[in-house]
Structures are given as structure tokens and as C-alpha cells.
Design a protein around this ligand. Sequence first.
Ligand code: NAD
Ligand code: ZN
Length: 356
Amino acid sequence: LPIADSIRIRSGSGDYDVLFASDLASIAEGLSTMDKAVVVIDQTVHDLYRERMRDLLDRYPCYPLPATEEEKTLQGVERLLGFLQERQCGKESTLVVVGGGITQDIATISAHIYYRGIRFAFVPTTLLSMADSCIGAKCGINLHGFKNQIGVFHSPSRVVVCTRFLDTLSAIDVVSGYGEIVKLALTGSLADFEDLERTVDREGLRGESLPRLISMALRVKQAVIEEDEYEKDLRRILNYGHTFGHALESVTRHAVSHGVAVAWGLDLVNYIAVARGLLGQAHFDRIHAFVRRHFSPHMSSVPDLDDLIAATRRDKKNRAGRLTLILLEEPGRLKVHYLDYDASLRETVAAYLRLA
Ligand SMILES: NC(=O)c1ccc[n+]([C@@H]2O[C@H](COP(=O)([O-])OP(=O)(O)OC[C@H]3O[C@@H](n4cnc5c(N)ncnc54)[C@H](O)[C@@H]3O)[C@@H](O)[C@H]2O)c1
Ligand SMILES: [Zn+2]
């Protein structure tokens, strides 16, 4: 079967399907018939897959873009909008977006504002975008050197996941995608985490069960966003691991990739949760061992305590000078906590850094 499986996502702006295509040739079929479309594609993906994606790329105007954080800005959005205007793209056109999170973010905001909104279909090509960012309708672009400052919610009309793209993805981008998968497995249940742990320890990171892990991650995220699509409350738990993760990315000037930082960040807040009597030691030990085995080798050094804590103060979720953390009470149960920046917090983080 070319289209192996599907998930229907309920959304305030229209439900949409995530289809799983078993090969590149069935992607065009999964996208179904579109009269008018423009393909927005990651330049690297375009160069690697041009021949194998001829049916799509020869049929519609094609806009290759560099997947860089510099392009993920108002200037990058304006360049794409200019292309749509030049190609006389109208209200009835669909943007077919092929790439990872960067391409997705630039295209989502563009599709939201061009003619006050046009449809877009997404074909994720990185593990992070397949297992996490392809659903949920969020996007963020950078402003004056600060990440993800501007954004909108705009649902895709269709998502087609094809794991064949992962054959060419770099090892570090694969590990990075796993950071979000670990987060979502722990958000799901102990069984989801155990399945992830068993599968990866047995098959490695690019094993044959990867489509099942992607599906698991998407179903966990689905349950959260269907309940709280616009992040009024529950959806905040998807920030598990991200406060210290973002802080680590920032103090290392992005030498540590996003997913590796998230895995490390969730291990650190688990340590805080144990110290506060919220999470059992046995759960911590098991998750910690997994993070050490698969993510720690991708971290070059331990960050400085003061730099790290200072970096968390810029977190958008903080309220009234208190640190907002999503803490695990057991796999499948996360809660929002507000912590004071006091000596006890500092000592716990210091103790965690000594562990590493
Ligand atoms: N909108 C959201 O919900 C959301 C969620 C998480 C992250 N993000 C954003 O996504 C970005 C990170 O996205 P990402 O990790 O998906 O990667 P990416 O889009 O940054 O791509 C990573 C690298 O892989 C290359 N690449 C992509 N697909 C490839 C393939 N199949 N083969 C070979 N090379 C390939 C790209 O050219 C790029 O060099 C960040 O800017 C982050 O802020 C957005
Ligand atoms: Zn993330």
C-alpha cells in the first residue's frame, strides 16, 4: 500500500489528515489533486530529490529556499511573498511545503498572511518535523536576532509523512528529532517510553520501527492539541524540557542542537522534580540512563551554572519573576510549576551539573 496509515487531526480552522506514504512516488498521490499550487522547498532537499520528485516539481512553480535561521525572518517571508505575487498565486492556490521546521515556519506565516490566508500542505523532511512540528499549526520566525518572536496559528490542509527522506538526513538532525520524541513519549505514558527505549536500544536510531515511533509521538501530541490548540493551558506541557533546553542552546550559541538540548533539559527538570519529592528516583534513573546513552555524546561540555540560570530568565513563560517549569510526576503526568529563583533551585541545578 503506498499510503500506509493516517491520522485525522481535529482543528478549529478545519480538520486535516496526516498520511504516511511508503515511498517518494506516492507523495503526489497523498497530496491529491490540486489545480493551482506553488512548491516551497528546502534548497538542500531540492538538490537531493529533484529527480525522484519530478511529478511534483515539474508540475508547479517551485521556490527553493535556504533552510537557515537568517532566512526565517521577515525578509525571508517577504522574498517568498514576492515570489507568490510574481507567479500570480491566487486565493485558490495551495502552497506545497517540502522541508523541515525552518521551511515550515517561513511558509506557514506566509500562507497565513498572503491574501489573508491560503491553504498549505506540508511534506516534512526532517525527523523533528515528521514527529512533532508538522501538526499543531504553530509557527515562529526570528526578529532582530531573537528566535521565534513572531508567529501565527495556521493549520495545514494536509500532511504527508514519508520516512524515506530520513535516509539523507544528517546523524545530528536525526538525534535532534529524537529529543522531541522522548519528550512526547514521556508526555504519553510509561508504555510509550518503554517502547521507545526498547526499540532504540534494539534497532538504533534509524531502525525499521521508526515510522511507528513517529506515529506514537504524533498521537500523543494530537491528544494535547485537540484539547488546547491555542495554548491557553494544557498545551503548555509540550514545553517540557524546553526552558533549560533553550537556555542550553543559548549559552552554547546553538552548538548543541535543539532536540539534544530538549532531552538534556527534561533530564535536568526531572532531577529538580526528584529533589522536590514530585518524581520517583527510579523513573529519574531510567530516563537519565537513556538520555546519557543517546544524547550526552552530542554535548561537548557542561554549561556554566550562572549563565544557564540567567538564560532561563528570558523564557517567555515566566510570570512575575518566577521560573515556570513543566515537571514530570510520572511518565504520562506533567504539571506546570512556578519556582522562585532561590538558593535551593541554584543548588539543585548545580548538583545536576556535577552529575554530568
Ligand atoms: N513550528 C513549530 O511547531 C516548530 C517546532 C519545533 C521547531 N521549529 C523550528 O524548526 C527549526 C528546526 O527545524 P528542523 O530541525 O526540522 O530542521 P531544519 O529545517 O532546520 O533543517 C535542518 C537541516 O537539514 C537539512 N535537511 C532537511 N531535510 C533534509 C533531508 N531529508 N535530507 C538532508 N538534509 C535535509 C536542511 O537543509 C537543514 O540544513 C527551528 O528553526 C525551530 O525553531 C518549529
Ligand atoms: Zn522543541
